[in-house]
Design a protein around this ligand. Structure first.
Ligand code: EPZ
Length: 427
Protein backbone atom coordinates (compact mmCIF):
# COMPACT_ATOMS: atom_id res chain seq x y z
CA UNK A 1 0.00 0.00 0.00
CA UNK A 2 1.21 3.53 -0.76
CA UNK A 3 2.50 5.83 1.93
CA UNK A 4 3.36 9.53 2.06
CA UNK A 5 6.73 10.66 3.42
CA UNK A 6 6.78 14.30 4.52
CA UNK A 7 9.84 16.21 5.75
CA UNK A 8 8.42 19.15 7.69
CA UNK A 9 9.64 22.71 8.17
CA UNK A 10 9.28 24.02 4.62
CA UNK A 11 7.35 27.32 4.30
CA UNK A 12 4.70 26.80 1.59
CA UNK A 13 4.65 29.48 -1.12
CA UNK A 14 2.96 29.63 -4.49
CA UNK A 15 -0.37 28.70 -6.10
CA UNK A 16 -2.51 25.57 -5.72
CA UNK A 17 -5.34 24.95 -8.23
CA UNK A 18 -8.55 23.95 -6.43
CA UNK A 19 -10.37 20.93 -7.89
CA UNK A 20 -14.08 20.31 -8.37
CA UNK A 21 -15.94 19.48 -5.15
CA UNK A 22 -16.12 15.78 -4.24
CA UNK A 23 -19.31 16.27 -2.22
CA UNK A 24 -20.99 18.10 -5.07
CA UNK A 25 -19.87 15.58 -7.72
CA UNK A 26 -21.25 12.64 -5.70
CA UNK A 27 -24.76 14.09 -5.87
CA UNK A 28 -24.50 15.50 -9.40
CA UNK A 29 -23.49 12.18 -11.02
CA UNK A 30 -26.70 10.29 -10.05
CA UNK A 31 -28.77 13.08 -11.68
CA UNK A 32 -27.92 11.34 -14.98
CA UNK A 33 -30.50 8.72 -13.95
CA UNK A 34 -33.25 11.37 -14.18
CA UNK A 35 -33.09 11.71 -17.97
CA UNK A 36 -32.64 9.59 -21.08
CA UNK A 37 -30.46 12.31 -22.59
CA UNK A 38 -26.70 12.65 -22.09
CA UNK A 39 -25.59 14.65 -19.04
CA UNK A 40 -22.05 16.07 -19.06
CA UNK A 41 -20.15 17.20 -15.98
CA UNK A 42 -17.04 19.40 -16.27
CA UNK A 43 -14.40 19.98 -13.60
CA UNK A 44 -15.00 16.53 -12.09
CA UNK A 45 -12.17 15.76 -9.65
CA UNK A 46 -10.15 12.60 -10.31
CA UNK A 47 -10.83 10.77 -7.05
CA UNK A 48 -11.34 7.18 -5.95
CA UNK A 49 -14.89 7.94 -4.81
CA UNK A 50 -15.78 9.42 -8.21
CA UNK A 51 -14.36 6.39 -10.01
CA UNK A 52 -16.33 4.17 -7.63
CA UNK A 53 -19.55 6.02 -8.36
CA UNK A 54 -18.97 5.77 -12.09
CA UNK A 55 -18.51 2.01 -11.71
CA UNK A 56 -21.82 1.88 -9.85
CA UNK A 57 -23.58 3.83 -12.60
CA UNK A 58 -22.27 1.31 -15.12
CA UNK A 59 -24.01 -1.33 -12.99
CA UNK A 60 -27.36 0.20 -13.99
CA UNK A 61 -26.50 0.26 -17.70
CA UNK A 62 -25.48 3.94 -17.72
CA UNK A 63 -22.79 4.67 -20.31
CA UNK A 64 -19.86 6.68 -18.95
CA UNK A 65 -17.51 8.38 -21.38
CA UNK A 66 -14.50 10.29 -20.13
CA UNK A 67 -13.39 12.98 -22.56
CA UNK A 68 -9.68 13.03 -23.24
CA UNK A 69 -7.61 15.22 -21.04
CA UNK A 70 -3.87 15.77 -20.75
CA UNK A 71 -2.31 13.91 -17.84
CA UNK A 72 -1.15 17.17 -16.29
CA UNK A 73 -4.70 18.55 -16.21
CA UNK A 74 -6.65 18.48 -12.98
CA UNK A 75 -10.25 17.42 -13.31
CA UNK A 76 -12.14 15.64 -16.06
CA UNK A 77 -15.09 16.05 -18.41
CA UNK A 78 -17.40 13.03 -18.24
CA UNK A 79 -20.66 12.32 -20.09
CA UNK A 80 -23.24 9.96 -18.58
CA UNK A 81 -26.12 8.54 -20.60
CA UNK A 82 -28.93 6.59 -18.97
CA UNK A 83 -31.04 6.12 -22.10
CA UNK A 84 -31.84 2.57 -21.03
CA UNK A 85 -31.58 1.10 -17.57
CA UNK A 86 -30.62 -2.54 -17.24
CA UNK A 87 -30.85 -2.74 -13.44
CA UNK A 88 -32.33 -0.82 -10.51
CA UNK A 89 -30.21 -2.62 -7.89
CA UNK A 90 -27.14 -1.13 -6.15
CA UNK A 91 -25.38 -4.22 -4.77
CA UNK A 92 -23.74 -4.62 -1.35
CA UNK A 93 -20.20 -5.15 -2.65
CA UNK A 94 -20.26 -1.73 -4.34
CA UNK A 95 -22.23 0.22 -1.73
CA UNK A 96 -20.10 -1.02 1.19
CA UNK A 97 -17.04 0.58 -0.45
CA UNK A 98 -18.71 3.96 -0.87
CA UNK A 99 -21.63 4.98 1.30
CA UNK A 100 -22.51 7.92 -0.97
CA UNK A 101 -24.00 5.23 -3.27
CA UNK A 102 -27.19 5.73 -1.24
CA UNK A 103 -27.65 8.88 -3.37
CA UNK A 104 -28.91 6.73 -6.26
CA UNK A 105 -32.04 5.85 -4.26
CA UNK A 106 -34.02 9.05 -4.94
CA UNK A 107 -33.22 9.51 -8.64
CA UNK A 108 -33.58 5.79 -9.43
CA UNK A 109 -36.98 5.72 -7.69
CA UNK A 110 -38.09 8.83 -9.61
CA UNK A 111 -36.92 7.48 -12.97
CA UNK A 112 -37.78 3.77 -12.76
CA UNK A 113 -40.51 3.73 -10.12
CA UNK A 114 -38.43 1.44 -7.91
CA UNK A 115 -34.92 1.17 -6.48
CA UNK A 116 -33.11 -1.44 -4.40
CA UNK A 117 -29.97 -0.22 -2.62
CA UNK A 118 -27.82 -2.04 -0.09
CA UNK A 119 -27.94 -0.30 3.27
CA UNK A 120 -24.67 1.64 3.58
CA UNK A 121 -22.82 0.54 6.70
CA UNK A 122 -21.59 3.04 9.21
CA UNK A 123 -18.06 4.35 8.91
CA UNK A 124 -15.20 5.51 11.13
CA UNK A 125 -16.86 8.80 12.06
CA UNK A 126 -20.26 7.48 13.04
CA UNK A 127 -23.06 5.02 12.35
CA UNK A 128 -24.45 7.29 9.64
CA UNK A 129 -28.16 6.21 9.65
CA UNK A 130 -30.38 6.85 6.61
CA UNK A 131 -33.73 7.09 8.41
CA UNK A 132 -34.28 10.67 7.21
CA UNK A 133 -33.66 9.67 3.57
CA UNK A 134 -36.37 7.03 3.89
CA UNK A 135 -38.86 9.20 5.79
CA UNK A 136 -38.58 11.96 3.18
CA UNK A 137 -39.20 9.51 0.32
CA UNK A 138 -42.19 8.04 2.19
CA UNK A 139 -43.55 11.57 2.65
CA UNK A 140 -43.37 11.90 -1.15
CA UNK A 141 -45.47 8.72 -1.57
CA UNK A 142 -42.89 5.93 -1.77
CA UNK A 143 -43.29 2.56 -0.06
CA UNK A 144 -40.11 1.51 1.73
CA UNK A 145 -39.21 -2.10 2.54
CA UNK A 146 -36.10 -3.24 4.44
CA UNK A 147 -34.97 -6.83 3.89
CA UNK A 148 -31.66 -8.73 3.92
CA UNK A 149 -29.70 -5.52 4.44
CA UNK A 150 -31.27 -3.84 1.41
CA UNK A 151 -33.62 -0.87 1.13
CA UNK A 152 -36.31 -1.27 -1.52
CA UNK A 153 -38.26 1.86 -2.47
CA UNK A 154 -41.35 1.60 -4.67
CA UNK A 155 -43.41 4.40 -6.21
CA UNK A 156 -47.16 4.03 -6.82
CA UNK A 157 -48.16 3.25 -10.41
CA UNK A 158 -47.97 6.50 -12.33
CA UNK A 159 -45.11 7.77 -10.21
CA UNK A 160 -44.56 9.62 -6.93
CA UNK A 161 -47.35 12.07 -6.02
CA UNK A 162 -44.93 14.34 -4.09
CA UNK A 163 -45.60 15.72 -0.59
CA UNK A 164 -44.09 17.62 2.33
CA UNK A 165 -41.30 16.75 4.77
CA UNK A 166 -39.92 18.74 7.71
CA UNK A 167 -36.40 17.51 8.59
CA UNK A 168 -36.01 17.07 12.38
CA UNK A 169 -32.21 17.13 11.82
CA UNK A 170 -30.43 18.89 8.97
CA UNK A 171 -29.16 16.19 6.62
CA UNK A 172 -27.16 16.89 3.45
CA UNK A 173 -27.65 13.45 1.89
CA UNK A 174 -31.32 13.14 2.80
CA UNK A 175 -32.00 16.60 1.32
CA UNK A 176 -30.21 15.51 -1.87
CA UNK A 177 -32.14 12.24 -2.19
CA UNK A 178 -35.45 14.02 -1.55
CA UNK A 179 -34.68 16.71 -4.14
CA UNK A 180 -33.73 14.15 -6.81
CA UNK A 181 -36.95 12.21 -6.14
CA UNK A 182 -39.24 15.29 -6.13
CA UNK A 183 -38.15 16.75 -9.48
CA UNK A 184 -40.06 14.02 -11.40
CA UNK A 185 -43.02 13.71 -9.00
CA UNK A 186 -46.55 14.33 -10.30
CA UNK A 187 -47.20 17.26 -8.02
CA UNK A 188 -45.46 19.90 -5.93
CA UNK A 189 -43.22 18.89 -3.01
CA UNK A 190 -41.95 20.91 -0.07
CA UNK A 191 -38.91 20.42 2.15
CA UNK A 192 -38.52 22.31 5.44
CA UNK A 193 -35.28 22.57 7.44
CA UNK A 194 -33.46 21.31 4.33
CA UNK A 195 -29.65 21.45 4.25
CA UNK A 196 -28.27 24.68 2.73
CA UNK A 197 -24.71 23.55 1.96
CA UNK A 198 -23.23 24.98 -1.29
CA UNK A 199 -23.27 21.42 -2.65
CA UNK A 200 -27.07 21.45 -2.33
CA UNK A 201 -27.19 24.72 -4.29
CA UNK A 202 -24.94 23.09 -6.93
CA UNK A 203 -27.39 20.17 -7.15
CA UNK A 204 -30.37 22.53 -7.50
CA UNK A 205 -28.55 24.50 -10.21
CA UNK A 206 -27.89 21.32 -12.22
CA UNK A 207 -31.51 20.14 -11.79
CA UNK A 208 -32.80 23.54 -12.97
CA UNK A 209 -30.42 23.34 -15.97
CA UNK A 210 -32.08 19.97 -16.71
CA UNK A 211 -35.52 21.62 -16.66
CA UNK A 212 -36.58 21.21 -13.02
CA UNK A 213 -38.58 23.93 -11.25
CA UNK A 214 -37.23 24.64 -7.73
CA UNK A 215 -38.00 27.64 -5.48
CA UNK A 216 -36.00 28.75 -2.42
CA UNK A 217 -32.62 27.57 -3.67
CA UNK A 218 -30.01 28.31 -0.97
CA UNK A 219 -32.62 28.49 1.79
CA UNK A 220 -33.85 25.78 4.17
CA UNK A 221 -37.37 25.80 2.67
CA UNK A 222 -37.48 24.28 -0.82
CA UNK A 223 -40.49 23.99 -3.14
CA UNK A 224 -40.14 21.58 -6.08
CA UNK A 225 -42.72 21.54 -8.89
CA UNK A 226 -42.50 18.05 -10.42
CA UNK A 227 -41.80 17.81 -14.17
CA UNK A 228 -42.97 15.17 -16.63
CA UNK A 229 -39.42 14.64 -17.86
CA UNK A 230 -35.99 16.29 -17.63
CA UNK A 231 -33.50 16.97 -20.39
CA UNK A 232 -29.75 16.48 -20.43
CA UNK A 233 -27.36 19.31 -19.55
CA UNK A 234 -23.70 20.24 -19.38
CA UNK A 235 -22.66 21.54 -15.99
CA UNK A 236 -19.43 22.58 -14.27
CA UNK A 237 -18.93 21.17 -10.75
CA UNK A 238 -18.39 23.86 -8.07
CA UNK A 239 -14.91 24.26 -6.54
CA UNK A 240 -14.16 22.16 -3.47
CA UNK A 241 -14.48 24.42 -0.40
CA UNK A 242 -13.13 21.71 1.94
CA UNK A 243 -10.08 21.01 -0.22
CA UNK A 244 -9.42 24.77 -0.35
CA UNK A 245 -9.83 25.10 3.43
CA UNK A 246 -7.52 22.12 3.96
CA UNK A 247 -4.70 23.66 1.90
CA UNK A 248 -5.29 27.00 3.66
CA UNK A 249 -4.55 25.24 6.97
CA UNK A 250 -1.45 23.66 5.41
CA UNK A 251 -0.17 27.05 4.26
CA UNK A 252 -0.92 28.64 7.63
CA UNK A 253 0.80 26.01 9.79
CA UNK A 254 4.03 26.48 7.78
CA UNK A 255 3.88 30.30 8.09
CA UNK A 256 3.56 30.43 4.34
CA UNK A 257 1.71 32.35 1.64
CA UNK A 258 -0.42 30.33 -0.78
CA UNK A 259 -2.98 31.31 -3.40
CA UNK A 260 -5.90 28.91 -3.78
CA UNK A 261 -6.83 29.41 -7.43
CA UNK A 262 -10.51 28.84 -8.11
CA UNK A 263 -11.65 28.78 -4.47
CA UNK A 264 -15.03 30.46 -3.96
CA UNK A 265 -14.73 32.64 -0.84
CA UNK A 266 -18.50 32.86 -0.43
CA UNK A 267 -18.73 29.08 0.07
CA UNK A 268 -16.16 29.04 2.86
CA UNK A 269 -16.96 32.15 4.90
CA UNK A 270 -17.06 30.29 8.23
CA UNK A 271 -13.67 28.66 7.53
CA UNK A 272 -12.14 31.99 6.49
CA UNK A 273 -13.57 33.61 9.65
CA UNK A 274 -12.02 30.87 11.81
CA UNK A 275 -8.65 31.29 10.07
CA UNK A 276 -8.70 35.05 10.65
CA UNK A 277 -9.52 34.47 14.34
CA UNK A 278 -6.43 32.26 14.48
CA UNK A 279 -4.34 35.12 13.08
CA UNK A 280 -4.17 33.99 9.46
CA UNK A 281 -4.63 36.61 6.74
CA UNK A 282 -7.21 35.59 4.14
CA UNK A 283 -7.56 37.82 1.06
CA UNK A 284 -10.57 37.14 -1.14
CA UNK A 285 -11.05 38.00 -4.82
CA UNK A 286 -13.29 36.86 -7.67
CA UNK A 287 -10.93 34.10 -8.75
CA UNK A 288 -9.72 32.65 -5.47
CA UNK A 289 -8.28 33.38 -2.05
CA UNK A 290 -4.75 34.07 -0.82
CA UNK A 291 -3.75 32.82 2.64
CA UNK A 292 -0.79 34.30 4.54
CA UNK A 293 0.45 33.50 8.05
CA UNK A 294 3.59 35.37 8.96
CA UNK A 295 2.77 35.99 12.63
CA UNK A 296 2.05 33.80 15.67
CA UNK A 297 -1.06 31.60 15.57
CA UNK A 298 -3.75 32.43 18.13
CA UNK A 299 -5.98 29.87 19.92
CA UNK A 300 -9.67 29.82 18.97
CA UNK A 301 -12.92 28.25 20.17
CA UNK A 302 -14.67 26.52 17.24
CA UNK A 303 -17.98 24.67 16.98
CA UNK A 304 -19.05 22.77 13.87
CA UNK A 305 -22.59 23.27 12.57
CA UNK A 306 -24.71 22.83 9.43
CA UNK A 307 -24.07 25.47 6.74
CA UNK A 308 -23.58 28.41 7.01
CA UNK A 309 -21.87 27.32 10.24
CA UNK A 310 -18.35 25.90 10.37
CA UNK A 311 -18.16 22.69 8.30
CA UNK A 312 -17.59 19.49 10.27
CA UNK A 313 -15.37 18.47 7.35
CA UNK A 314 -12.94 21.24 8.38
CA UNK A 315 -12.69 20.27 12.07
CA UNK A 316 -9.72 17.88 11.87
CA UNK A 317 -7.69 20.22 9.66
CA UNK A 318 -8.28 23.26 11.89
CA UNK A 319 -7.41 21.15 14.93
CA UNK A 320 -4.04 20.32 13.38
CA UNK A 321 -3.41 24.03 12.81
CA UNK A 322 -4.40 24.88 16.41
CA UNK A 323 -1.82 22.37 17.70
CA UNK A 324 0.74 25.10 16.94
CA UNK A 325 -1.29 28.07 18.33
CA UNK A 326 0.05 29.98 21.34
CA UNK A 327 -2.60 29.00 23.87
CA UNK A 328 -5.51 26.66 24.47
CA UNK A 329 -8.40 26.13 22.01
CA UNK A 330 -11.74 24.38 22.52
CA UNK A 331 -13.38 22.53 19.61
CA UNK A 332 -16.93 21.17 19.65
CA UNK A 333 -18.02 18.60 17.03
CA UNK A 334 -21.82 18.75 16.87
CA UNK A 335 -22.50 16.75 13.70
CA UNK A 336 -20.86 13.32 14.05
CA UNK A 337 -20.43 11.25 17.19
CA UNK A 338 -16.93 9.95 16.57
CA UNK A 339 -14.95 12.45 14.59
CA UNK A 340 -11.83 12.67 16.77
CA UNK A 341 -9.96 9.64 15.37
CA UNK A 342 -7.10 11.97 14.37
CA UNK A 343 -6.48 12.97 18.03
CA UNK A 344 -4.37 9.97 19.13
CA UNK A 345 -2.35 10.13 15.91
CA UNK A 346 -1.69 13.87 16.35
CA UNK A 347 -0.73 13.05 19.94
CA UNK A 348 1.95 10.72 18.65
CA UNK A 349 3.43 13.76 16.86
CA UNK A 350 3.66 15.67 20.15
CA UNK A 351 0.30 17.47 20.03
CA UNK A 352 -1.38 18.15 23.38
CA UNK A 353 -5.08 17.35 22.94
CA UNK A 354 -7.64 15.93 25.35
CA UNK A 355 -11.18 14.96 24.36
CA UNK A 356 -14.32 14.72 26.47
CA UNK A 357 -17.25 13.43 24.40
CA UNK A 358 -17.74 15.86 21.53
CA UNK A 359 -15.36 18.46 22.96
CA UNK A 360 -11.62 18.61 22.29
CA UNK A 361 -9.18 20.82 24.23
CA UNK A 362 -6.08 21.67 22.20
CA UNK A 363 -3.11 23.21 24.03
CA UNK A 364 -0.62 24.60 21.54
CA UNK A 365 2.95 23.27 21.59
CA UNK A 366 6.15 24.85 20.28
CA UNK A 367 7.15 21.82 18.24
CA UNK A 368 5.49 18.87 16.56
CA UNK A 369 7.68 15.87 15.81
CA UNK A 370 7.57 13.68 12.72
CA UNK A 371 6.29 10.11 13.30
CA UNK A 372 4.82 7.07 11.57
CA UNK A 373 1.06 7.72 11.63
CA UNK A 374 -2.01 6.03 10.22
CA UNK A 375 -4.93 7.57 8.38
CA UNK A 376 -8.32 6.47 9.77
CA UNK A 377 -10.76 8.53 7.71
CA UNK A 378 -10.61 11.11 4.97
CA UNK A 379 -10.34 14.38 6.89
CA UNK A 380 -8.34 12.84 9.75
CA UNK A 381 -5.70 11.82 7.21
CA UNK A 382 -5.48 15.40 5.93
CA UNK A 383 -4.96 16.67 9.48
CA UNK A 384 -1.93 14.35 9.78
CA UNK A 385 -0.49 15.71 6.53
CA UNK A 386 -0.97 19.28 7.78
CA UNK A 387 0.78 18.45 11.07
CA UNK A 388 3.57 16.66 9.18
CA UNK A 389 4.26 19.75 7.07
CA UNK A 390 5.09 21.69 10.26
CA UNK A 391 6.68 18.88 12.27
CA UNK A 392 10.44 18.70 12.69
CA UNK A 393 11.73 15.52 11.06
CA UNK A 394 10.00 12.98 8.91
CA UNK A 395 6.34 11.91 9.01
CA UNK A 396 5.06 8.82 7.23
CA UNK A 397 1.30 8.61 6.63
CA UNK A 398 -0.07 5.16 5.82
CA UNK A 399 -3.47 3.90 4.58
CA UNK A 400 -3.57 6.60 1.87
CA UNK A 401 -6.72 5.11 0.37
CA UNK A 402 -8.57 7.31 2.87
CA UNK A 403 -6.82 10.41 1.53
CA UNK A 404 -7.23 9.46 -2.13
CA UNK A 405 -11.01 9.42 -1.68
CA UNK A 406 -11.13 13.17 -1.28
CA UNK A 407 -7.93 14.91 -2.39
CA UNK A 408 -6.98 14.95 -6.07
CA UNK A 409 -3.20 14.40 -6.51
CA UNK A 410 -2.46 15.82 -3.07
CA UNK A 411 1.31 15.38 -3.08
CA UNK A 412 1.62 17.02 -6.52
CA UNK A 413 -0.40 20.01 -5.35
CA UNK A 414 1.73 20.38 -2.21
CA UNK A 415 4.95 19.97 -4.24
CA UNK A 416 3.74 22.91 -6.38
CA UNK A 417 4.16 25.14 -3.30
CA UNK A 418 7.46 23.70 -2.10
CA UNK A 419 6.49 20.95 0.29
CA UNK A 420 9.02 18.15 0.77
CA UNK A 421 6.56 15.31 0.27
CA UNK A 422 6.62 12.13 -1.78
CA UNK A 423 4.37 9.13 -2.32
CA UNK A 424 6.11 5.79 -1.99
CA UNK A 425 4.41 2.65 -3.27
CA UNK A 426 5.11 -0.62 -1.47
CA UNK A 427 5.52 -1.79 -5.00
C1 EPZ B 1 -22.39 14.69 3.87
O1 EPZ B 1 -22.58 13.45 4.54
C2 EPZ B 1 -20.94 14.72 3.40
N1 EPZ B 1 -20.72 13.62 2.46
C3 EPZ B 1 -20.01 14.58 4.61
O2 EPZ B 1 -18.67 14.72 4.13
C4 EPZ B 1 -20.29 15.74 5.57
O3 EPZ B 1 -19.48 15.58 6.72
C5 EPZ B 1 -21.77 15.73 5.97
O4 EPZ B 1 -22.60 15.80 4.78
C6 EPZ B 1 -22.14 16.92 6.85
O5 EPZ B 1 -21.84 18.12 6.20
C7 EPZ B 1 -21.11 13.77 1.17
O6 EPZ B 1 -21.67 14.79 0.79
C8 EPZ B 1 -20.83 12.62 0.25
P1 EPZ B 1 -25.66 14.30 6.92
P2 EPZ B 1 -24.08 12.98 4.96
O7 EPZ B 1 -26.77 13.45 6.42
O8 EPZ B 1 -25.04 13.42 3.94
C9 EPZ B 1 -27.40 12.37 10.89
C10 EPZ B 1 -16.41 14.17 3.92
O9 EPZ B 1 -15.49 14.17 4.75
N2 EPZ B 1 -28.35 11.68 9.99
O10 EPZ B 1 -25.73 15.79 6.74
O11 EPZ B 1 -24.00 11.53 5.30
C11 EPZ B 1 -25.97 11.88 10.71
O12 EPZ B 1 -25.74 10.72 11.49
C12 EPZ B 1 -17.76 13.60 4.28
O13 EPZ B 1 -16.31 14.64 2.75
C13 EPZ B 1 -29.39 10.95 10.55
O14 EPZ B 1 -29.54 10.86 11.76
O15 EPZ B 1 -24.28 13.82 6.31
C14 EPZ B 1 -25.16 13.05 11.15
O16 EPZ B 1 -25.07 13.02 12.56
C15 EPZ B 1 -17.78 13.01 5.68
N3 EPZ B 1 -30.25 10.32 9.71
C16 EPZ B 1 -26.01 14.26 10.73
O17 EPZ B 1 -27.33 13.75 10.50
C17 EPZ B 1 -30.15 10.38 8.34
O18 EPZ B 1 -30.98 9.80 7.62
C18 EPZ B 1 -25.54 14.93 9.46
O19 EPZ B 1 -25.45 13.93 8.47
C19 EPZ B 1 -29.08 11.12 7.80
C20 EPZ B 1 -28.19 11.77 8.64
Amino acid sequence: MDKLVIRGGKRLEGTIPVSGAKNAALTLIPCALLTEEPMTLRNLPRLADIDGFQHLMGQFGVSVSIQGQRSEDFGRVVTYEASRMTSTVAPYDLVRKMRASILVLGPMLARAGEATVSMPGGCAIGNRPIDLHLKALEAFGATIELAQGYVRAIAPDGGLPGGEFDFPVVSVGATENALMAAVLANGTSRLFNAAREPEIVDLCNLLVAMGAEIEGIGTSDLIIHGAKRLNGATYKVMPDRIEAGSYACAAAITGGEVRLEGAKAGDMAATNHALRNIGVEVEEDAKGITVRADGPLRPANLTTAPYPGLATDMQAQLMALLCKAQGTSVLKETIFENRYMHVPELGRMGANITTEGRTAIVTGVDELHGAEVMATDLRASMSLVIAGLAAEGETTVRRLYHLDRGYERLEEKLQLVGADIERIGDG
